[in-house]
Design a binder for this molecule. Sequence first.
Ligand SMILES: Nc1ncnc2c1ncn2[C@@H]1O[C@H](COP(=O)(O)OP(=O)(O)O)[C@@H](O)[C@H]1O
Ligand SMILES: [Mg+2]
Length: 498
Amino acid sequence: MDKIFLKLENIKKTFGGVQALKSVGLEIRAGEIHCLAGENGCGKSTLIKVISGAHDPTAGSIYIEGEKIEKLTPIDSIRKGIQVIYQDFAVFPNLTVAENIAMNHALLTGTKAMNWKKSRELAIQAMEQIGAHMDPDVLVERLSIANKQMVAICRAIINDAKLLILDEPTTALTQKEVSMLNTIIRNLKDKGMAIVIVNHKLDEIYEIADRLTILRNGENVATGPIGEFDRKRFIKCMTGRDVEEVYYRPEDSREVILKVENLTRKGSFEQVSFDLKKGEVLGITGLLGSGRGELGDALFGIAPAGEGKITLNGKEVTIRSIEDAMKARIAYVPEDRLTQGLFLDCSIQENTVAASIQKYLKKGRLNYKEMYEATQNWIQKIGCNAKSPKPLIRTLSGGNAQKMVIAKWLNTNPALLVLNGPTVGVDIGSKADIHKILRELAEQGVGIIVISDDVSELIQNCSKILIMKNGKTAGSISSRELDETKLSRLLTSEEETV
Ligand SMILES: Nc1ncnc2c1ncn2[C@@H]1O[C@H](COP(=O)(O)OP(=O)(O)O)[C@@H](O)[C@H]1O
Ligand SMILES: [Mg+2]
C-alpha cells in the first residue's frame, strides 16, 4: 500500500453550539489525488483548516508521516509540507509574479532582505516545474484568475509541499483552464505529492480523483476509490436521500404553447425558429457566445429582438420591454440571480411578491397578511429551508435562494417560464428539487424553457433540445435520440448544423 502521509482520527470541532465536525477520520496517501466533496456547510473548509493548523480541533488525533502531532500550528503544518490554496488564492495583486512566488519562501527560511535575483530564479524554477509560462516581472493584478491560481501553486510547491490542498479550485475557471489545471495536478502527483481537492461537481471529480471522501453534516459518510462511486451513490452520500435520475419524456402533444418564427436580434442571433408544445420542457443550449443567453433576454424583453414573430397560446405577442413580456405572462429566471434576480437586502417575503405586487394592493393598501401567507406557501411548496418569510434573502444558501427566485415568478402565474442557467452554483439536492418542480410545471401545462450548458441537466429534464451555434439554430433534437456524450459532441463540433 502507498505510504500514508496524513491521518486524522475522530476529529471534532465545535464553534459555540455548532458541531462543524463530529468525528471525522481521513487518510491521505502520498501520490494520490483525493477529492473531498459535500454540500455547503458540511465542514469541508473546517477540516482543511484543522489540517493547516488554522483551527485547533476540539478533540481527535493528527498523524503526519506516522508521527502523532500534539499541537499543530500553521507554521508547523507548512514545515511538515502542507500547503493550502484557498479560493481567493491569497496572492498580492500589487507585487510581481516572482515576488509572490518567492515571498513565503523568504519568510520561511528567515531571509531578511528579499533578493530580487534569487526571487526571480525561484519563480522561474517553480514555473518550469509545473509548465506555467508567465512573465516573472508582471504585476499579479494583471493576471487572469487561472494565472493567479498558477502563482499560488508555484508558491506552494517551492516550499517543498508534500500535501497540496486546493479549496474549490475550479469554480472560476473555464473548461480549458480546468483541463490545464488537471494536467498540472497529475504531474505533481507523479512526483509523489499528495493532493486534496475540494470539489462537488461529479464530472470534474471523475476526471481527476483516485479516491473520494464525502462529508455530510460534519461526518465522513464515505471514503473509497473513485470507481466505487457511481452517480447514484454519490448523490445519495451527498444529500442523504435517494435522488432518482429521472428522464423526462412526456407523450407527444399537438397543442403548441409557444411558436417563435425567424426571431432576429442583429449581432446576437438570427432567424431563430422553434416551437414549444404542451407538456414539453424545451432545452436551449450552445457554447458561450452562441446566442443562447441573448435569446432568453429577448423573450423577456430585456434586449428585445428587432424582427420575427412570437405567438403564445395562439395569440401573437410583441415584446419590446420587460413590461410587454410580463403582460404576456412570460417569466424569466436570469443567469445571474444575485444581481438580476434578487433584492439581496430585502426579506424573502419582499422578494417573493416583488413581481406580483399588484395582487396584494387593494384600495391603495398592501395586504401584508396575504403576502406573508403566499410566501409561506411557496416556501413549503418549493421546498425552501427558510424558517419564515421574514429573514433577508441573502441569508439563504444558493440553492434555496434560487428556489425563491422561481417561486417569485410562479407567483405571477406565468404561461411561459424561461430559465437561464437554473442550477448554476446550486447544490445537488436543491438541483434535483428544482428539476422536479420544472417537470411538474410542464405537466401542468406551463411552457418551460431551460437555457443551459449542463449536459446532464438537459438530457434528464428536457424533452427537446435546440442547439445554437454562432447565433443561429443548428438543429433541434428529441432527447430520446440523445445521450450525454452525443450531445457534448454535437455542441463542440465545428459543423454549423447537427
Ligand atoms: N469560524 C466559525 N465560527 C462559527 N461557525 C463556523 C465557523 N466556521 C464554520 N462554521 C460552521 O461550521 C459548519 C461547516 O462550515 P464549513 O466548514 O465552512 O463548510 P463547507 O466548507 O463544507 O461549506 C457550518 O455550519 C458553518 O456555519
Ligand atoms: Mg467551504
